[in-house]
Design a protein around this ligand. Structure first.
Ligand code: PLP
Length: 397
């Protein structure tokens, strides 16, 4: 199977982790030899309710039996998408009442960028250094990491960058700016939190200049930081909210929300301002609806903060220099890149799944299912400490 994987499936790195998956349930992925792997990554924040949550499986099965795909996005009235977007609207500020459902996070960002240019009639987009918003050409254009995008130029024009958390740089936003795009919590950069007052100041400047604020909540969204969306921790509401990942508990999806009048600009001049075949797909929307109901009707969101504390208390070690992030979106900042690599690879051997972050080589990601139990947290933390102690014994005098 491994040889076929390497030969027939396009690869993204020369050395993929290569775990051969048999099945997955709750907080565990089981390999083809029947070994259980405790999952502290959750498909890179996508499996917020763990693997194959029974309520999501049931919603998917029931919908698949009724109908799956019937028409391109936007033409037919399909109950799962209507019910989901209505419930989402009831949980968001009025100015984010309408959601456009698409197939991935990066497509949601493409839609948000198009909407911002179309609505404002301006072209300039400002993004942040070390930002990650996806991998299609538009999202790549606003990636704040030249090394990963220069091979694909020419990209979108009229893109500028500011430093995340720099008050000084906010003045780069002017009357020429269509939109400022920020991750509410910078992910690839190492789960960098916005400093107190920063997002509020960006919001103020955007309002002054008539620029739209787009917040990318693809990582922290759907309860991971203790609120449905991380912007709710701040006094800052975006004009366009971009979401994805945990939204459908492991099925491919994305969405961008804005006010009704703003979204209407995609209907005319030109009409069909964004087209997608599978966006709003009934089976996926049913999974979104079941996910949102479970997150909002359980104590899972509030529990993330209790679980964060368990991680922070349980992961005290001299090789862990800092723990960044909020709720169950955490990054261990290790002493060096070497320690980070050792930790991820050695934990994998011991049945604990960890992963890296894109632009911070010293970081190790912890973004487990929100359903992770306290015992599973203790079990995983014990493995991390054991591996770090082994490292010290082997490599540190
Ligand atoms: C902050 C952020 N934005 C956008 C994306 C792109 O989402 P997708 O991979 O679903 O296209 C990601 C994916 O990791 C992300 O972390």
């Amino acid at each position: 199977m491994k040889q076929d994987f390497l030969r027939y499936q396009a690869q993204t790195t020369p050395n993929p982790l290569g775990l051969e998956v048999s099945h997955a349930k709750g907080s565990y992925i089981f390999d083809s030899q029947g070994r259980a792997h405790l999952d502290f990554v959750a498909g890179v924040s996508a499996c917020g309710l763990g693997h194959s949550h029974p309520k999501i499986v049931r919603a998917v099965q029931e919908q698949a039996e009724k109908y799956m795909h019937v028409m391109v996005y936007g033409e037919y009235i399909q109950k799962p998408a209507v019910t989901f977007t209505k419930l989402l609207a009831s949980l968001l500020p009025d100015t984010l009442e309408t959601t456009y459902l698409v197939n991935s996070g990066t497509e949601a960002m493409e839609g948000a960028l198009k909407l911002a240019r179309r609505y404002t009639g301006r072209t300039e987009i400002i993004a942040a250094h070390k930002a990650y918003h996806g991998n299609t050409m538009g999202s790549l254009s606003i990636m704040g990491y030249e090394e990963r995008k220069s091979a694909f130029r020419p990209l979108l024009t009229d893109i500028r960058f500011l430093r995340f958390n720099s008050i000084e740089d906010i003045k780069k936003i002017t009357e020429n700016t269509a939109a400022v795009v920020l991750e509410t919590i910078q992910g690839g950069a190492g789960f960098i939190m916005p400093e107190p007052g920063y997002l509020e100041k960006v919001r103020e400047r955007c309002t002054q200049t008539g620029s739209l604020l787009i917040l990318d909540e693809i990582q922290p969204g759907f309860g991971r930081t203790g609120k449905l969306f991380a912007f709710e921790h701040y006094n800052c509401t975006p004009d366009i909210l971009v979401m994805g990942k945990a939204m459908a508990s492991g099925l491919p999806v994305g969405g961008f929300a804005a006010s009704g009048p703003m979204m209407q600009s995609l209907q005319q001049q030109p009409k069909l301002g964004h087209i997608t075949t599978f966006g709003g797909n009934a089976v996926i929307a049913a999974a979104c609806l079941a996910t949102l109901r479970e997150i909002t009707q359980s104590t899972l969101m509030a529990d993330t903060l209790v679980k964060e504390k368990l991680f922070r208390d349980g992961l005290q070690h001299p090789l862990i220099k800092e723990i960044r992030g909020k709720g169950l979106l955490l990054a261990l900042i290790m002493e060096s890149e070497e320690v980070a690599n050792y930790l991820v690879l050695e934990c994998a051997k011991k049945g604990l799944i960890l992963f890296w972050l894109l632009f911070e080589p010293r970081a190790v990601r912890i973004s487990p299912p929100l359903t992770l139990s306290e015992n599973e947290i203790r079990e995983g933390c014990a493995i991390i400490l054991e591996v770090l102690t082994n490292y010290r014994q082997q490599f540190v005098n």
